[in-house]
Design a protein around this ligand. Structure first.
Ligand code: EPU
Length: 342
């Protein structure tokens, strides 16, 4: 067998998913170099196995043992690669921790990622669901990425159009992205940085801190403080961040809902549709802090499901289905799940 392919059989994944669900992978490989992917393709046994690409494990629900070869993305490296008009171009290996990378860019004097500080997960997973928080999405600071195509064995450079970014969505969640492994991501960070304080809660927190002209590091520190206050630390309470996407409905549908529920939280979108706050809908149905078995709804944020200790994937799924049914019955709105069920 190729020396780079140190496959571990029957590998426990509990420490590698932030929900902390106990499950085993049939086989496991830590991926530190793109050359391993070429070696994997050339191996007649391994290339015929189903594959599961694992990043920080912060957006998955394991519903049983994983009958696949788990490729654990651990490709490292952070470099300023150049400039285009008005931006520094910064490249980062897909296996780097996202928050560590954000803090590294700030230490280089580069702003742009601070609103997305403390989002769990890896840099390589960030484009898959176009991560976002406090008014910034990955696509706003994205330049390009390198993906290894397992089907052809080629490295591809993909720009934003090729990635087809949407709200918590990209080609990597669709059929067109099958077999593409994100090896590194390049960001375009503004040389003339300005804070993005369009998200009301963040703007208020900056004012409360008495900062008229915050630095990018100060904005990052405030985002970290807000997240620590509202969201559970996966190292303490297992969770996968927001469990549902905020549903997008037509303007007419929103008007219908507002007539019946005047306090409905909604945000107008540029195309005339309205994004509803899933956390509010779930909260109004009385789910905040409730439990089903060892799975529960986080008491401070109804959009986050938690593992209160020893929860199985099936318990988490049962809780999610019960919430979807209640919200559907009361509001006629379908809540789409955000994490990937495996
Ligand atoms: N709300 C409630 N009850 C709750 C939770 C929220 O009434 O239990 C209300 C809030 O009062 C607020 C509204 O719902 O009026 C929205 O809540 P919040 O500002 O906390 O944001 P969110 O819509 O719940 C989204 C993202 C988060 C991101 C925050 C901040 C999604 C699915 N979630 O949450 O992203 O950090 O905005 O930008 O888009 C994630 O994707 O994993 C994630 C954590």
């Amino acid at each position: 067998m190729h020396p780079d392919l140190a496959i571990v059989p029957d590998f426990p994944l509990q420490r590698f998913n932030t929900f902390g669900i106990a499950a085993c992978a049939r086989a496991y490989l830590r991926l530190t170099d793109v050359a391993q992917l070429a070696a994997l393709r050339a191996d007649p046994v391994l290339s015929s196995m189903p594959l599961l690409l694992l990043g920080g494990g912060s957006n998955i629900v394991l519903t049983g043992d994983v009958e696949a070869l788990v490729l654990h993305m651990a490709i490292a490296g952070r470099t300023i690669v150049g400039r285009d008009s008005g931006h520094a171009l910064v490249r980062c290996g897909g296996g780097e921790n996202w928050h560590g990378f954000v803090q590294w860019t700030l230490a280089q004097g580069l702003g742009g990622l601070e609103n997305m500080a403390l989002i769990p997960g890896t840099v390589g997973a960030a484009p898959i669901q176009n991560i976002g928080a406090y008014g910034t999405e990955l696509k706003d600071v994205f330049h390009s990425l390198t993906a290894y195509d397992l089907a052809s064995g080629e490295l591809r450079t993909m720009d934003a159009a090729a990635c087809r970014f949407g709200y918590r969505d990209s080609i990597f969640k669709q059929a067109g992205g099958a077999g593409l492994v994100i090896v590194d991501v390049t960001f375009a960070l503004p040389l003339a940085w300005q804070p993005n304080l369009r998200y009301a809660e963040l703007a208020q927190a900056v004012r409360d801190a008495g900062l008229d002209a915050p630095t990018a590091q100060q904005v990052s520190d405030i985002v970290v403080a807000i997240r620590r206050r509202k969201l559970p630390d996966p190292a303490v309470v297992g969770n996968a961040g927001s469990f549902f996407k905020n549903p997008v409905v037509s303007g007419a549908e929103c008007a219908r809902l507002l007539a019946a529920f005047p306090a409905l939280v909604h945000h107008a979108q540029p195309d005339g549709s309205e994004k509803l706050a899933a956390g509010w809908l779930i909260d109004q149905c009385g789910w905040k802090g409730r439990t089903m078995g060892a799975a529960g709804v986080y008491p401070k944020q109804a959009l986050v499901l938690v593992n209160n200790g020893g929860a199985s994937g099936a318990e988490v799924v049962a809780l999610a289905r019960a919430i979807q049914a209640d919200v559907g019955a009361r509001y006629g709105v379908h809540l789409e799940t955000e994490p990937v069920f495996i």
